[in-house]
Design a protein around this ligand. Structure first.
Ligand code: XIL
Length: 538
């Protein structure tokens, strides 16, 4: 159970600023600031100063602003933001040193040796300027280095220098300020998918090589029409487990215009869920919103027909999203006693002598603490047995007895520990035992999908035999027109529409009843809703 949802905060500070509540939780709440309204508008300045304890320059620290021509540095905008932050007791996150965008053409046209030198000099000058300034505490050293499938973005940096520019950039930043926290930052990495897994693998490998990567930034440019990344908290935690700090760096939640009350309410739940995910992960330092007023947001200029992505409207009035961020940070002023909705009837598949896959319609949670996962029980008259727990709306039950009827049901859990009502039951009977020898099963779950693709994760591979195996092969068929764009934790080959996934070097050994997982991402024709089924394992 999460104490945050049980302990009432002192009522005196219930209406305090965002930064007061965030600080009480040991987190920052930040905003990206634009230099022009910061110098011209009192309302902008007042909210920026009073509501946030962290700021990021929306544009003023980018290369085109700080070194427009080679060796000619201009820190006027950057200094204005740093000075404002110092006056208001805020920390500054430097954004961003090495990026493919907003970088002058003189950099892009250099040859390899000159480009590496220019990069190192830029980092040394920009980071060095604030190295002894206590306000500037962290930097985005590299930004957006992956493409959407988790490959390296073929930017001019990559095309000229290869992968090595990333490690070189981090080493140069560490040399320029040994005390600054050094981050890698990207978008569409909020959930577990091919891109975030590529990020995970890179951060892990860089750190193993001693490259000073201290922190991972998840931009968080979300849109209500694309759904919320429900595994955000789980994803933040897997990075935290690598030993890095994590943070949400550029949160905004856009919608198709015009705004209405329903969209505002959905948007508010997205903001609340992001803040709650950060609060739930100890290594999450805080959340930066990409601006704060709809009067100044990059969204309408970038995403046609969309807008209203921030927590104040154009007249500096707080929106429902402001209250959601506020109440999540204040966490505890309201106790969550509302259980999640009841899960759907589970469906069983891939029933073997000792295992079965279950999937059910997901629950939602409106009580404030958020959906945490599901418990799967076996109905046994007196005390029902907890068979498994899952963070997604599917599970593979293992270690079952052969030739036995099981009646099972599911209950959803929220972050405060409330349990939903029981789902209707499902009944299945395990097969008779194999009597020795091998055998395995595989079952896949669609984790997220959008109009032109989907992620299947996990595919759970279970050794249903009575002896250990040292390797496995799973095959399945992609619907016509679908193409595989990435995979992880398996060696995957594709022939026509047939996909063959063999264990990776580290997950081939399975004792009897043991399971492992892999995942993959697919793109499909716009509007097609099919996903693969019928996984076979050998
Ligand atoms: C955006 C700014 O908000 C705009 O004003 C500018 O025109 C373009 O860049 N990812 C990032 C940010 O890392 O730097 C981008 O900021 C938004 C996407």
């Amino acid at each position: 159970m999460s104490l945050a949802f049980l302990l009432p905060a002192s009522s005196a500070d219930a209406s305090a600023s965002l930064r007061t509540h965030a600080a009480a939780k040991g987190k920052f709440i930040g905003a990206a600031l634009a230099t022009s309204p910061l110098s011209n508008e009192t309302s902008y300045r007042n909210i920026a100063a009073t509501e946030f304890n962290q700021v990021t320059a929306e544009n003023a620290m980018k290369w085109d602003a700080t070194e427009p021509s080679q060796g000619q540095f201009n820190f006027s905008g950057a200094d204005a933001i740093v000075n404002f932050a110092t006056q208001n007791n805020q920390q500054v996150h430097g954004h961003t040193l090495v990026w493919h965008s907003q970088t002058p053409s003189w950099v892009q046209n250099l040859g390899a040796t000159a480009m590496r030198q220019a990069m190192q000099n830029h980092i040394s000058q920009v980071v060095g300027r604030y190295a002894n300034n206590a306000t500037v505490v962290s930097w985005d050293v590299v930004n957006e280095i992956f493409d959407d499938n988790g490959g390296w973005r073929t930017s001019f940096w990559y095309n000229t220098l290869g992968q090595s520019y990333v490690a070189d950039a981090f080493r140069a930043a560490r040399a320029a300020d040994p005390n600054a926290r050094l981050c890698i930052n990207d978008y569409n990495v909020e959930g577990i998918n091919a891109k975030s897994t590529a990020m995970y693998n890179l951060v892990s490998s860089l750190r193993q090589q001693g490259v000073p990567v201290d922190c991972v930034g998840f931009q968080g440019h979300l849109a209500i029409q694309y759904g919320f990344p429900n595994d955000l908290r789980q994803n933040l935690q897997r990075f935290a487990d690598l030993g890095v700090q994590v943070r949400i760096t550029e949160l905004d939640v856009r919608m198709q215009m015009p705004r209405d009350a329903t969209k505002d309410a959905t948007q508010a739940t997205y903001y609340r869920n992001v803040v709650n995910a950060c609060l739930a992960v100890t290594a999450c330092a805080g959340v930066t919103i990409w601006g704060f007023t709809d009067k100044y947001s990059w969204v309408p200029d970038t995403f046609q027909g969309q807008g209203a992505a921030l927590i104040y409207n154009e007249s500096y009035q707080p929106k429902p999203a402001y209250n959601a961020v506020h109440d999540a940070l204040a966490g505890g002023t309201t106790t969550d006693t509302t259980p999640p909705t009841t899960p759907g009837t589970p469906t069983s598949s891939n029933v073997t002598s000792n295992s079965a896959a279950l999937t059910w319609a997901a629950s939602t949670d409106s009580g404030g603490s958020g959906l945490a996962g599901y418990n799967i029980y076996r109905e046994q008259g007196a005390t029902d047995t907890l068979l498994a727990q899952s963070t997604t709306n599917s599970a593979t039950l293992t270690g079952l007895s052969s030739n036995t009827q099981y009646q099972v049901y599911v209950r959803a859990r929220d972050g405060a520990g409330n349990l939903s009502a029981n789902s209707p039951p499902a009944t299945f009977t395990t097969t008779s035992g194999p009597g020795g020898g091998g055998g395995c099963t595989a079952a896949g779950t669609v984790q997220t999908q959008w109009s032109t693709g989907y992620v299947v994760q996990p595919v759970t591979v279970t050794n249903t035999g009575t002896s250990a195996v040292t390797g496995w092969t799973v095959t399945f068929t992609l619907p016509a027109g679908h193409t595989l764009t990435g995979s992880w934790n398996a060696d995957v080959t594709v022939s026509g529409q047939t996909v063959t996934a063999k264990n990776a070097g580290y997950n081939g050994n399975l004792a009897p009843n043991a399971s492992t997982t892999f995942g993959f991402q697919v793109s499909r024709p716009n509007g097609n809703t099919q996903t693969p089924s019928g996984y076979t394992c050998a």
